[in-house]
Write a protein that binds this ligand. Structure first.
Ligand code: PMP
Length: 359
């Protein structure tokens, strides 16, 4: 068996140990004679799997009992609608920060349900920096303030948590569980699973319980947080296998020492890669250093005409999915929790070699 170093932004690499365990348990989960995929979601076995996953997630992410943890479906994109539907309440508008493609998608969807006030935009800088909060045009009457702590495509990441007066809502899809975070600063956090949690389609939502029960009457039942919370995220058939796999990832992360320990590894990986890019005249990353993403590292080559050759050479060495997002081009290395430091070392070794050959 040979496992490549997969730098995909999502669905992203999963820990090999997790996949091995899933393989081991595939046909017969712990003597039940069934795969988890074949179990009733109401069975004692699956309920135990689901509850264990939630407990482990709460422990890892530091989520208190003041928050409901929901395992929902439809990916992070479904939350772009669920958030205004559930949180606007009797307010007419919400504040949004525009730092790139994902925040823009959240903004566009929210506009279908209410008024959106873009309090700050990184557009003028070409999405390479983030304005200080003192310059944001926040509305104290807004229902909530939404931002995208890490822009997966642009590689632009907040190095601060906004001091919002209204409930703070964050799309943590590409940084969840990558380092310690003070959840108590947030009203709601959501994260599509396919980067640091598990298979795509699943989305984990943490919502402060006092924010439940305010959904617009037009909210589809499946998007209503209170319905999800009251039914243990099993109003309908949940994505059982994804939930199980997420649970295996949480157990793996605990074995790595949790988010503090993985955070140190992640910091080291990012520092190495950006350090290498900055030391080279051949590769470049345009983001203001303090706002560089730890998880998604976009970079360009000195000559775009070399992109194809670069990608071919990378693939031949088992360094996969380094092409940048189709909307921006260039390269992007996503280095989530499951990317070992050795993967970053291998990438740097290849980049060094490629530069020597082509500079
Ligand atoms: N937000 C962010 C920050 C993302 O990176 C992504 C997916 N790459 C999404 C939202 C959308 O997630 P999904 O495809 O699960 O809807």
């Amino acid at each position: 068996m040979s496992r490549a170093f997969n730098f995909c932004a999502g669905p992203a690499a999963l820990p090999t140990e997790v996949l091995e365990q899933a393989r081991e348990e595939m046909l017969d989960w712990r003597g039940t004679g069934m795969s988890v995929m074949e179990m009733s979601h109401r069975s004692d076995e699956f309920v135990a799997i689901a509850e264990q996953a939630e407990r482990d997630f709460r422990e890892l992410a530091g989520v208190s009992d003041d928050y409901a943890v929901l395992f929902m479906q439809g990916g992070a994109s479904s939350q772009f609608a669920a958030i205004p539907l559930n949180l606007l309440g009797d307010k007419t508008s919400a504040d949004y920060v525009d730092t790139g493609i994902w925040s823009k998608k959240a903004i566009a969807e929210a506009k279908r349900f209410g008024q959106v006030n873009v309090v700050s935009s990184s557009a003028a800088s070409g999405y390479t920096t983030i304005a200080p909060e003192s310059e944001w045009q926040c509305d104290p009457q807004a229902a909530y303030l939404h931002y995208t702590p890490n822009e997966t495509i642009g590689g632009l990441e907040f190095d601060f948590i906004p001091e919002s007066r209204v409930p703070l809502v964050a799309d943590l899809s590409s940084t969840i569980l990558s380092r310690p975070l003070d959840v108590s600063r947030f009203g709601l956090i959501y994260a599509g699973a396919q980067k640091n949690i598990g298979p795509s389609g699943l989305v984990v939502v943490m919502v402060r319980k006092d924010l439940l029960g305010k959904a617009s009457p037009h909210t589809p039942t499946m998007l209503d947080y209170k319905v999800a919370a009251d039914n243990g995220s099993m109003y309908n058939t949940p994505s059982t296998y994804s939930w199980y796999l997420a649970g295996l990832v949480f157990q793996w992360l605990k074995r790595q020492g949790g988010v503090a320990a993985i955070g140190e590894v992640n910091a080291r990986k990012a520092k190495k890669l950006y350090g290498f890019i900055d030391d080279s005249d051949f590769y470049a990353n345009p983001i203001e250093p303090r706002f560089r993403s730890w998880m998604n590292v976009p970079f360009t080559l000195a000559d775009d005409a070399l992109n194809k050759v670069f990608l071919q050479g990378a693939e031949a060495r088992g360094l996969l999915n380094l092409a940048g997002h189709r909307s921006v081009g260039g390269m992007r290395a996503s280095i989530y929790n499951a990317m070992p430091e050795a993967g970053v070392d291998a990438l740097i070794a290849y980049m060094t070699e490629f530069e020597k050959e082509h500079a």
